[in-house]
Design a protein around this ligand. Sequence first.
Ligand code: AMP
Ligand code: GLY
Length: 420
Amino acid sequence: MNVLLIGSGGREHALALALVKNPATTKLFVAPGNPGTAQVATNIVLDVADAQAVIGFCHVQHVDFVVIGPEQPLVDGLVDALDAAGIKAFGPSKAAARLEGSKGFTKDLCAKYNIPTGAYQKFAEKDAALAYAREKGAPIVVKADGLAAGKGVTVAMTLSEAEQAIEDLFGGAFGAAGAECVIEEFLDGEEASFFALCDGDKALAFASAQDHKRVGEGDTGPNTGGMGAYSPAPVVTDAIAQRVMDEIVNPTVAAMKAEGCPFKGVLFAGLMIGKDGPKLIEFNTRFGDPECQVMLARLDDDLLDLLLACAEGRLPERVNLSPKTALTVVMAAQGYPGTPKKGGSISGIAEAEAAGARIIHAGTKSVGETLVANGGRVLNVVALADSVGEARDRAYRAVDALKFPDGFCRRDIGWRALKR
Ligand code: AMP
Ligand code: GLY
């Protein structure tokens, strides 16, 4: 079977490594991929925003299955176009991807189907939004409705921050994504991520994970795409996981089916676990990056079989994951999450892997024989061990074996789990 994987990050390198393990994968193409995926697959240049170009490539190369990593092609309807062309794909339709693409859609769905989340209201007009924020007071959360590359959310601890966020949003800071906004109750608790595979009809719990969104140690500084993660997340006990499935994931899958847009793919629930149990912060309709890297490090089943089962509406009864903890430290380029310094040389990968970790590529580039940084998040150092502490020690031993003078990482990945 020929497979096309779309994306270029650490998530896609991890997906590629897992997809090629299945002997049924005859050929794996990655568009555009990175130097990591190039080691196990064929990187190709393809405009993935152009559905007809993707379909044309699939026909010429006899691609049987397309796996889509990032959210934008999903929200743009690539799965619908592939489906219409008779090409199987892993991921939700455009209508189902609204769970990620429109925060207002998700909040309305939660309200209609009684799915636990923060109280909210939607606004298309600045003055009404300002009046609501003033009425509710701080802390309060202001969100652009659409995709804003992770920058559309302001957790305002003061009313003036909330007012500024509303001004920015309606002033066009997020373009069309900010034409509408959601103002939401501030939720208190510990954040965690929960992933379920869905086939339109049913959901199968996959794994929990915890990300580290802020750039600085102790969860300080600006938000990033994620500076490190581990799986499982100890805060998601078996009892919490069961509640997440019963109260959030299964009702959402049933609701999407009832609304005529069944959800297929991976449902990523961003949760706040507070004193009343889990509440939904947001959904994403794809694997998280770097959460995917740690979850796949624990996966004992075959990934291609699971993804095909989602696409074909035949989810298995269970999924087998190692009880060990996988932890990843993200190596980023100086400047990230602002403008990252590109071109910094990277070496020591073999030494880092000899220290017991797997090095996953994200924003890297090969220039002749040298590997250089080519993006914000550059490498993931992934370690698997019996405990969070051991996984952390192993990951940092590998980090210390890497030579990337223009890079940096957080030194405290795993702190919440270790504090328990
Ligand atoms: P998002 O970009 O939607 O993942 O949101 C970014 C971050 O904002 C989340 O990871 C949370 O830390 C925080 N956040 C979003 N909504 C809320 C909320 N209602 N209460 C508290 N924190 C929130
Ligand atoms: N690491 C968070 C995300 O992928 O959205």
